[in-house]
Design a protein around this ligand. Sequence first.
Ligand code: ZN
Length: 289
Amino acid sequence: MCAPSVIEAALSGMNRRDALHFAAGVAAGAIACAAGSRPATAGDGAAGRPDRPSPKRVVAADHVADLTHTLSPAFPIWPGNAPIKVTNQKTFAKNGFYSNRWEIGEHHGTHLDAPAHCSAAGATAERVEPGTLVAPAAVLDLRERAGKDADAAVTLDELRAWEKAHGRLPKGCAVCLNSGWDAKAGDAPAFLGTDAAKALHFPGFSKAAAEFLLTERDVVGLLVDTLSIDVGATTDFPVHKLWLGAGRWCVECVANLGKVPPVGATVFVGAPKVEGASGGPTRVLAMWG
Ligand SMILES: [Zn+2]
């Protein structure tokens, strides 16, 4: 990896678009450090093959979407969780600098569920394999059905219909569920879908769909725009148990999936690296050409 000074020096001579391409290449490991880089020429590498980066590791970045909600005490949280609290610690007027103290649950806001959340032997957040946190995105649009049925769960047929329209799910992809629920994040009762019996109602994945993604396709993670990869009405969390139990991760409460194309984007999951964490607030970006 390049030292920051090398990256800054390289970026200083570029326009924004070129800089984004360069930064994406560095993030994906596709661009060699300036100190050791040189143009690839025929005859480089073993057996006379050109020593070029693999095309699959070059990430286009003309478009960047932030899939992260702004975290604040107003963000909807799971019933029973202690509320989010932000307390000012230092001010410019008194201290000459500004800082706050956060009290935030690991499953608040846009957040990672590490395998350890539902699996005693599963990896905690700091041990999630970094290579899985940069992945091709496959975005599933469930908005029409979810708009009529808050309990809508992605079916196997819907996954097959997506593949018919867009091709087989890319190898090592992250499957992103766009139910349109991100628009409700400013209204906690609507986001949770709490009924008179205090049951929750919001969309998620069905167990059959998760089983298919786990066993029939190569999927590193799931992203949902609701509070859970299981539907809100579940009482036994079968998708959590299956998916995290198999060592996969998920990110819940993502935003802006409506801006991301069904195929062709790459997601960057800025998972927290806190020792022993079951997950944690996460910055998620999508980039595409
Ligand atoms: Zn969670």
